[in-house]
Write a protein that binds this ligand. Sequence first.
Ligand code: DC
Length: 234
Amino acid sequence: MTKINIAIDGVSSSGKSTMAKDLAKTIGYIYIDSGAMYRAVTLYCLQNNLINDDNTIDEEKLREQLPNIQIAFELNAETGKPDTYLNGQNVEAEIRGMEVSSLVSPVSAIGFVRKEMVKQQQAMSLKKGVVMDGRDIGTVVFPNAELKIFVTASPELRAKRRVDELRMRGNNDITYEEVLENIKYRDHHDKNRKESPLRKADDAIELDNSTINIEQQLQWAIDMYHKTIGEKNG
Ligand code: DC
């Protein structure tokens, strides 16, 4: 059976992780959430006092301690989704909170952090059969991926979806306005940073999912996968 790597990039909270997860499950591929890796590094910084008072990162200490940061994924049998582990601890809940969300952009903009994460992401995908989502998957991690998808939706719609998700997890403290502000800030930061800014790869297919639901989005991705495999098999 021909196996390919699938790169799914897009703006924050665009539903790309849901698409990537569902697609991987349907076609029997491994799902890798590259954003979770940057979030885990951010949590490590918080836990080890590597955040300065002005919310900048102590890059010197982080560079020294980077070899101490082990990130792994393990399938959670209950949810059917992979959980993120930081140095052996399940940190899935912590890395999704607002504290990590508000500091992850500067951490993910650090060149040596990106270099190490990209190296690990490529090593996890050597055998193909991987669906990975993030910001630089089609441009940097898998520049030769057979299928590249770029997902977009308006900031307001993404904020609404994120608030619904946080509420479902029982988090009622955060307002829609705070989430919207965080999404706009991250869009700006992700698109304008020096290291691997978020951009659509020239050969990526763009999907604006503002007017479709999760099932329709999944069906669209499955169709793209079959089309790509069909073309590959000639
Ligand atoms: O997809 P996410 O919101 O969980 O990603 C968290 C942050 O990590 C986001 O601000 C952008 C950054 N990120 C990145 O720079 N490169 C990736 N491949 C994935 C995420």
